[in-house]
Design a protein around this ligand. Sequence first.
Ligand code: E4P
Length: 218
Amino acid sequence: MQFFIDTASLSEIKEAYDMGVLDGVTTNPSLMAKENITGHDNITAHYKAICDLVDNNVSAEVIATDYDNILKEGKELAKIDDKIVVKVPMIKDGVKAIKAFSSEGIRTNCTLIFNAGQAMLAAKAGASYISPFLGRLDDISTDGLSLIGQIVLIFGNYGFETEVLAASIRHNMHLIQCAELGADVATCPLSVITGLLKHPLTDSGLEKFLADYKKGNA
Ligand code: E4P
């Protein structure tokens, strides 16, 4: 499973990349606003800065919601860098735009997926990735993880090439369960990636190894 980081913070992206485990980045307008990145030129420059930090797969979301402007905006985003994946919302004009991007070889990530029907529509239109938001489903007392399993099953049944990008991940168990279910990618905050490092027996075991080494080499 590929690990993407879900942030627009350059320092967090760098930290995950430097660990050697990062396969990509997802952003959205809320994450850009959180970093105080506003205005067309600043946003464009920020996407370029993100692309310069990583090897590939930087999702940049369109703001437009009508077909013509989604196409225009998506093409501008794709021109920033070959690493850009144009993130398009799951709406009718978005699906049409994904089809057009796909025929032009522009990679897309269909965002705001909350059921398997939406996932199939985006896949049939040729999306490179679909992003089911499992944490937001959990937030409304619906089982987000079962949606991941359902989509993986359906895509496997029909050989869809679209990758399942599990999004809105809240904690380590979400990430591990997504891997069990066969998601192609999980995008998550830095805290979830670094959280995978932690186990109390690792900490106490290391402490004892170092103490024993010190005793033996005193
Ligand atoms: C990623 O592509 C999504 O925008 C993101 O994972 C949403 O996460 P949230 O539900 O924590 O905002």
